[in-house]
Design a protein around this ligand. Structure first.
Ligand code: B12
Ligand code: SF4
Length: 507
């Protein structure tokens, strides 16, 4: 009887060499049940489709993961080829986008089964049912076709991550991912480390880890409330420290990126993790990807010192907007600008670099609200030059509270699955989600802050030469007076860089 399962990670984009965490999680879970598992990552393997198709006769089923974007197109293409060559071979999809668009996956014939939300337990039950011919519609947390109808079985409660195998990279060659990360010359870790310590890190070996699943928040632009029902489960502080220690030692890591939706939901766990890391003398830097500004602002001096001491180098805060009316619509009123600013200041006092993200153009957002966000993000940067500011545009995604609103405002969703991968979709959606004639104006302002402000603002004044000092002054004046549209300082910098390149082409 067939016992092998192939898991496929579709192409994302040329620069994304983030380890296939989802497939590692479900793969490790399947290994526990003695299935043979192989992960094929199309981001590393140019012959990825062939690598899957050549094994079509030997495998029990193919599992494909996807989030919205390029992954869908590549995954759907592979599914089509599988259907042509191996009509009876089951295809299982999972991940964020299939979890909210399962009907479309089933209707288009790309999937036989869609695993909704957390996958580790569901996939084991589904694999057993496929292997033995058991009844799939009794398995909670999946969508499937039965008697010509598409059905979704009841939600599956979240599995405690501490009941699952500790995260491991044994299923793939982790060194390939580590090397790819090392090759990124201005990688996040390198840049941040330089900002904090003024020198290049001696060990840039980086891997990724997911330390929790789910999120208790209810942001209107996010599909997590629909997929996870606002539930959250995390590895205990002790288990997390054990996993980090194991990975650090095995792969000689200098940095770990925690890809959590909300890292700080359980403060006790984070503090235990920090103490354990120190107790075990693990030398590692880390960055939690999702941190609520309110949780951070509430930390005491001692707790922040502990974070820093245990290796926290930077963190990501989703601030999203500045105007209270917009924050209320986003269901983010618990993190008004003053809380975000307090969190940023506290982190920086402890030399932890905050990356602060804002979202422009949510459905019905007024121009004044957009400008308030731009203005706040800019002033935040001026007051805290070491912070990183990220400005993003809203994209309507199925499974979010804002999706219906976007449809009412005229957003036309792609007609087919592959359309969700189209870059043009992102453009169209922006056009529909904010007052379209203002889009260009805001886009250029946002760009000015994103790319054109940073080089000056975060530089130590003493280390700048005279022309740079002058340009920094111009930039500061511009931003203090909300003059975003004509970044003369940036244009000057760009011109000099161009001339320099022309005169010294080999540099
Ligand atoms: C890492 C990451 C990325 C990486 C990609 C990494 C990769 N290798 O795929 C990068 C940086 C490239 C990225 C980009 C984007 N991302 Co992203 N990303 C994440 C992040 C932070 C972590 C994902 C992760 O690895 N989690 C850890 C694993 C263990 O959990 P998991 O993925 O949920 O997998 C579990 C289940 O979903 C399920 N499962 C998953 N796959 C499969 C497959 C099978 C067969 C089965 C059975 C089960 C299963 O089982 C797993 C274990 O329980 C999530 C947020 C989050 N915290 O999850 C956002 C998230 C997935 N991203 C999101 C978005 C919006 C984007 C972008 C569109 C952002 C943008 N505007 O550009 C782009 C799109 C990419 C592209 N260009 O095509 C959204 C997803 C929206 C959606 N409906 O798809 C999320 C949820 C963030 C959010 N809260 O809005 N992202
Ligand atoms: S955006 Fe982040 S904080 Fe908000 S609901 Fe989604 S995962 Fe949670």
């Amino acid at each position: 009887m067939k016992n092998k399962i192939l898991l496929y990670q579709p192409t994302i984009s040329s620069h994304a060499f983030i380890s296939p965490l989802a497939l590692l999680a479900i793969g490790n879970s399947l290994l526990e049940e003695n299935y043979e598992v192989e992960i094929v990552d199309a981001n590393l393997n140019e012959q990825a489709h062939e690598a899957v198709l050549s094994q079509g006769l030997e495998v029990l089923f193919i599992g494909i993961t996807a989030m919205v974007g390029a992954q869908i197109k590549d995954g759907v293409n592979l599914a089509r080829k599988i259907r042509e060559r191996f009509p009876g071979l089951p295809i299982v999809w999972g991940g964020w986008f299939p979890s909210v668009a399962y009907n479309q996956f089933l209707q288009e014939g790309a999937a036989d089964y869609v695993v909704i939300g957390q996958g580790e337990t569901t996939i084991k039950e589904l694999a057993d049912a496929i292997k033995t011919g058991g009844e799939k519609d009794r398995i909670p947390g999946i969508a499937l076709k039965k008697d010509g109808k598409f059905i979704k079985t009841p939600d599956r409660p979240l599995t405690d991550l501490n009941q699952l195998p500790l995260p491991s990279y044994d299923l793939i060659d982790a060194d390939v991912y580590i090397k790819k990360q090392e090759e990124i010359p201005h990688g996040q870790f390198r840049n941040t480390y330089r900002k904090v310590y003024g020198v290049e890190p001696s060990n840039c070996r980086t891997l990724f880890l997911s330390t929790s699943y789910g999120c208790p928040n209810n942001c209107s632009f996010c599909c997590s409330p629909e997929v996870c029902r606002r539930k959250w489960k995390g590895l205990s502080g002790e288990n997390l420290a054990a996993a980090v220690e194991r990975l650090q030692k095995k792969y000689d890591l200098g940095f770990i990126w925690f890809m959590d939706a909300e890292f700080f939901v359980d403060k006790k766990r984070v503090m235990t993790f920090c103490r354990e890391i120190l107790k075990r003398k693990v030398k590692i830097h880390w960055d939690p990807d999702g941190v609520c500004a309110r949780d951070l602002a509430k930390l005491s001096e001692a707790e922040l010192s502990l974070l820093k001491e245990a290796g926290c180098l930077s963190l990501f805060i989703g601030a999203e907007a500045a105007a209270l009316e917009t924050l209320k619509k986003l269901k983010k009123e618990h993190t008004p600008p003053e809380i975000v600013e307090e969190a940023v200041a506290k982190a920086l006092e402890h030399k932890i670099i905050p990356r602060v993200s804002f979202l422009l153009g949510t459905p019905g957002e007024s121009e004044s609200s957009i400008l308030e966000t731009i203005d706040f993000s800019c002033k935040l940067k001026l007051r805290h030059p070491l912070s990183d500011i990220i400005l993003l545009y809203f994209v309507p995604l199925p499974g979010t509270a804002f999706y219906e609103e976007s449809l009412k405002l005229g957003f036309v969703p792609p007609a087919s699955l592959a359309g969700w991968a189209d870059k043009i979709y992102l453009k169209i959606s922006v056009k529909h989600s904010i007052v379209s004639e203002l889009r260009e104006k805001h886009a250029s302002m946002a760009k000015n802050i994103k790319h054109r402000f940073a080089p000056w603002a975060s530089c130590d004044k003493e280390k700048l030469c005279l022309p740079e000092k002058i340009l920094k002054k111009v930039c500061t004046f511009r931003l203090q007076h909300s003059l975003y549209r004509y970044p003369v300082d940036y244009w000057a910098l760009k011109t000099v860089a161009k001339l320099y390149k022309r005169l010294l082409p080999s540099q």
